[in-house]
Design a protein around this ligand. Sequence first.
Ligand code: RB5
Length: 168
Amino acid sequence: MRVALAADHGGAALKDELIPRLADAGHEIVDLGGDGSDPDDDYPKFARRAGEAVRGGQVERAIVVCGSGVGAAIAANKLRGIRAGVAHDTYSAHQGVEHDDMNVLCLGARVIGSALATELAITFLAARYRDEGRFRRRVAEVAAIEDAEMGPTPADLGALPAEGSRPR
Ligand code: RB5
């Protein structure tokens, strides 16, 4: 799978460990930085980059690493269409995809070691959304919250008839 990795200064070292391991597992990696050298490199920037890469279709999924994973998840979830979660256990790493269509995994480099992080990433990338029944309904309910908060999507706006052609 084509997957983006991104990290703030708290997560860059773990990101750099994950990249060759995920590549060895057959994934195509897009490294969106950072390199860990700047203590002011904050997680919102990297969560946004990763979320935009998923939303724009450049990658199928993303993994964002920060100190705890929490900040990255909070920031990534501000992007429409992004369903990010912190998962530090393998059950959540696959169930979050299968049930909730999680498309961004957030990891905490100060919480877990690189061996577990690798297992979590591989588990996340191997999982597939079960696009059916109650799962589809719940994901649609989440999207409805997004629509209520953010208004119509650009696609919705594009689908409206041109201003002058609307019936009165
Ligand atoms: C950075 O020092 C740290 O606060 C950040 O990586 C993260 O833990 C936020 O959730």
